[in-house]
Design a protein around this ligand. Structure first.
Ligand code: PLP
Length: 768
């Protein structure tokens, strides 16, 4: 499947005609442009020509053009020059430095850097934008009078939104005519015309590799008489830059502008193409939300979100069909969001799911038709794999008749306990509503009850909304304030250690037992998912401990409704009631350790050890210490205990040896749809000799079940090899397994597949 590259705003392939010119120039004008001989002069002449053409293209004078290595350098040079001038003038005025919230990060970074290095300590002000991505003019007008510099981009790199520079200029005219105005024009070049002279823009930045020229050439336009000081000492560019000029890249930049001029007719069709693509996407993702709408945009960007997916998941889905798209966020992290969509106040879900498809100005109809066909193929495959939960495909889910699905948002868990065609939702939070609803609807599950381990404390509960949206087996009138059934017909009594506990009856001898466990809050309860017959507990499988027992920690105890003494008693009781291998599912999990077991906690959790050793006084003083922390510090403190996932990553160099030596379980932690459509991973499993029964797909939502399966089926010295695209998210799972005693848990990146020369065109029969 041929790669479809849709990340032109990040970088573009060098245009074949430019490659020709650049290659030719490397043979012909290779000399140092500062040399006085004829060869040197030819190189200098090539730069002079390029300078002339670029100046002409943006209606500037040649002495206003400085070649740099990149736009980032150009931006630094402009900001440095403005600030350095103040430094040497020794101006004591306390200026403000303004930048729009959606600027490229290098602008904010450069402002902070030079403000600090030059010890000016000016106030740096981020200007908010509205839902259309435009700077809010009221705020700008308020800030302008005391400002020294203003940075606003011409076109945004994530959304393609065209900034209303005219409106900004009007505000400047009214409130501060002397301001230095930097307009980052990287994404505007070749797409819209900016009249730098009429708008009296002081500085503008451009970058060659965004317009099909090679990397290594940027341009700073400095309008006449604006400050300019070199950051480094050198002889080049009229002494404003250091280092022999990158002549081939400059020639490439020049040629790119020539091509843009020659093809000026092309952009006319681009809006039509954009609509074709949006139509195709809408058929596959009917709930799509377009984050950049016509008309104030360049046609080469579609920024969208789909409520059911995070950007990371969408990137993976497109990736498997060889379409390269970008997220506005750093995708290495488990939770990340686009700061641009966030600044536009389009909501957290859209910011966390934002995908950018960016196109070339040279795109043609055939490229777009091919893309639309590929998108339709994704739609077909997605429909086949809509289900997130299928016991047929996941043999480890059969291990328990009540698999537990975990959803996590920023360290807070919501759970679904599945039993046959029905389910119970535990601790739903509003941030996970799309995930929960999606799972329930896609798997056509009927909700028996929605229950909470404690009343609302420090997050927004979603119980009531869910109740209103869905048809629930147990009526609203038949549950207490935490959602536990009060009508006897749903309940039975289970005898454990001589005490009777109420239990919600599920199919096939499965029950959920409620145990009052005050401590974290006075209304806290724990739920034990267990097998029971004739009122007798047979086996406890999962325990939902809410905010009481966390992984290697206990919950806070400093709410008004907390009580450490009661918590001690509650833990004592839970320890009596559940089996050692019972999986503990807490409400909070800041480090993505997924779950733990009672056996592990008895060793690793010093507060639990205190309870086991009956050291109530020590327990009480330790819980007090925990409470002394402010919430923020408390979470930082927890993080220091991280089982660093990085330690689990096997480099691709080492991987080849290890794989050949050991017999592994191979576990793909990517989403079901991605795993099922990836022919390469199946070929890989065959090559390394992993048979069908040792090869698993364990998406994050199923990790807890896989833990239960492994604990009950294997010795802890088994070798577990987790795999995902980067090797990083699977490393989180590997580290969680190491915690549980599976010390031979490791993670590798899918890039290892390239080492095995696996040919993706060569299709193998899939296991699933
Ligand atoms: N400004 C914008 C709007 C950009 O999109 C980029 C590149 O991503 C830059 C600045 C930095 O450009 P360069 O890679 O040439 O430093």
């Amino acid at each position: 499947m041929q790669e479809i590259y849709l990340d032109y705003n990040a970088s573009t392939p060098v245009h074949p005609e430019i490659i020709n010119d650049v290659l030719y120039s490397m043979h012909t004008v290779f000399a140092n442009p500062s040399s006085q001989h004829k060869s040197g002069k030819s190189a200098a002449l090539a730069i002079a020509n390029a300078r002339y053409n670029i100046a002409k293209y943006i209606s500037a004078d040649t002495n206003e053009i400085i070649f740099t290595s990149s736009a980032t350098e150009a931006i630094n040079l402009a900001i440095y020059s403005v600030l350095y001038q103040q430094k040497i003038l020794n101006n004591k005025k306390n200026y403000k430095l303004l930048y729009a919230a959606t600027e490229h990060k290098c602008v904010n970074n450069a402002l902070n850097h030079w403000n600090k290095i030059l010890q000016l300590d000016y106030e740096i002000v981020e200007l908010p934008v509205n839902e259309d991505g435009q700077v809010i003019l009221d705020v700008l007008q308020e800030e302008l009078p005391l400002a020294l510099m203003l940075c606003t981009m011409a076109v945004n790199n994530e959304t393609g939104i065209i900034t209303n520079l005219k409106a900004i200029k009007e505000a400047i005219n009214k409130y501060n005519q002397y301001i230095f105005w930097l307009v980052d024009s990287v994404q505007a070049l070749g797409k819209i015309d900016v009249n730098f002279k009429d708008l009296e823009i002081s500085y503008a930045s451009f970058s060659g590799h965004k317009i099909h020229a090679p990397k290594g050439c940027g341009v700073l336009y400095v309008a006449d008489k604006n400050p300019l000081f070199p950051m480094f000492c050198g002889e080049q560019e009229n002494k404003y830059r250091a280092g022999t000029e990158n002549v081939p890249a400059i020639i490439g930049f020049d040629k790119a502008l020539m091509l843009i001029e020659k093809n000026k007719h092309l952009p006319k069709n681009l809006f039509k193409y954009r609509n074709m693509i949006i139509n195709s996407l809408t058929k596959v993702f009917p709930n799509i939300q377009i984050n950049n709408s016509y008309p104030n945009i360049v046609p080469t960007v579609i920024n969208f979100s789909v409520p059911e997916f995070l950007s990371k998941e969408l990137i993976n889905i497109f990736g498997i069909f060889n379409i390269r798209v970008a997220a506005g966020s750093a995708c290495g992290a488990l939770n990340s969001k686009s700061y641009v969509i966030d600044a536009m106040n389009l909501g957290r879900q859209r910011a966390e799911g934002a995908i950018r498809m960016s196109f070339s100005i040279f795109s043609n109809y055939n490229n777009i038709r091919q893309l639309c066909k590929r998108i339709a193929l994704i739609g077909k495959k997605l429909n086949n794999y809509k289900k997130n939960y299928e016991t047929k495909r996941y043999q480890y889910l059969l291990h328990n008749q009540t698999p537990v699905i975990r959803f996590n948002y920023n360290g807070i868990n919501s759970w679904i306990v599945v039993n046959s065609e029905q389910c119970v939702v535990i601790d739903p939070i509003v941030e996970l509503k799309n995930k929960l609803l999606n799972f329930i609807n896609n798997n056509k599950l009927k909700i028996i009850a929605i229950m909470n381990t404690h009343g609302y404390v420090d997050y927004i509960n979603y119980t009531q909304d869910l109740r209103n949206k869905l048809d629930i087996v147990i009526d609203n009138d038949d549950v207490d304030i935490l959602g536990w059934p009060v009508n006897e017909k749903y309940l039975s009594n289970i005898n454990i250690e001589g005490m009777q506990y109420p239990a919600l009856l599920l199919a096939q001898d499965n029950v959920i037992i409620k145990v009052p466990t005050p401590g974290y809050t006075n209304d806290s309860v724990s739920f034990i998912v267990a097998k029971a017959r004739d009122g007798v507990l047979l086996e406890s499988q999962f325990v939902f401990t809410g905010g009481n027992i966390l992984i290697e920690d206990l919950g806070r105890n400093n709410f008004k409704i907390s009580n450490a003494n009661k918590l001690y008693r509650s833990i004592e009781n839970i320890l009596k009631l559940v089996d050692n291998n019972c999986i503990v599912c807490p409400t909070y999990d800041c480090e993505n350790l997924f779950a733990t077991t009672m056996k592990i906690e008895q060793k690793a959790n010093s507060l639990i050890t205190d309870v086991l050793l009956k050291q109530q006084d020590i327990f009480l003083s330790r819980t007090k210490q925990v409470d002394l922390f402010s919430e923020e510090k408390y979470f930082q403190e927890i993080s220091t205990k991280v089982y660093d996932p990085k330690n689990c990553i096997i480099s691709n160099v080492d991987a080849k040896d290890i794989i050949n030596k050991e017999s592994y379980l191979l576990i793909d932690t990517r989403e079901a749809v991605i795993h099922a459509n990836d022919v390469k991973i199946i070929q890989f499993s065959k090559i390394i000799g992993v048979n069908k029964n040792s090869f698993f797909n364990v998406p994050f939502i199923h990790v807890v079940n896989f833990m239960s399966y492994c604990i009950n089926s294997f010795d802890t010295n088994i070798h577990l090899l987790f795999i995902c695209n980067s090797g990083m998210t699977s490393a989180y799972v590997a580290s969680a397994f190491r915690r549980l005693g599976f010390l031979n848990s490791n993670s590798i990146s899918l890039e290892i597949l390239d080492k095995f020369n696996i040919d993706s065109e060569n299709s193998y029969e899939m296991y699933v």
